[in-house]
Design a protein. Structure first.
Length: 116
């Protein structure tokens, strides 16, 4: 079992930056493919960025390419999402997700609000 705890959300102005953290505990976390998702009010949850367990492959949804960066610390116990040049449309609850085979775990989410 893996437990994921997000932090780093908040209220910022358009153009500002935030770094989200996802702290993981549990067995075999380094083997998990990790991702950041977000859900805005009235919308479905969508993937924002992902990183293969090896760290060699990353994915970004088109709307955040060039602005967001996903990374993982060397001990592979924390995953980050660096968000630059934030826009009001980035406002959402951001969730961390870990996947290994058929096992999928979610964090509780952290709110990001970007004012114009």
């Amino acid at each position: 079992q893996v437990q994921l705890v997000e932090s780093g959300g908040g209220l910022v102005q358009a153009g500002d930056s935030l770094r989200l953290s996802c702290a993981a505990s549990g067995r075999d976390f380094s083997a998990y493919t990790m991702g950041w998702f977000r859900q805005a009010p009235g919308k479905e949850r969508e993937i924002v960025a992902g990183m293969h367990r090896t760290g060699g492959t990353t994915y970004y949804t088109d709307s955040v390419k060039g602005r967001f960066t996903i990374s993982r610390d060397t001990a592979k116990t924390t995953v980050y999402l660096q968000m630059n040049s934030l826009k009001p449309e980035d406002t959402a609850v951001y969730y961390c997700r870990g996947e290994l085979g058929s096992s999928v775990y979610w964090g509780q989410g952290t709110q990001v609000t970007v004012s114009s």
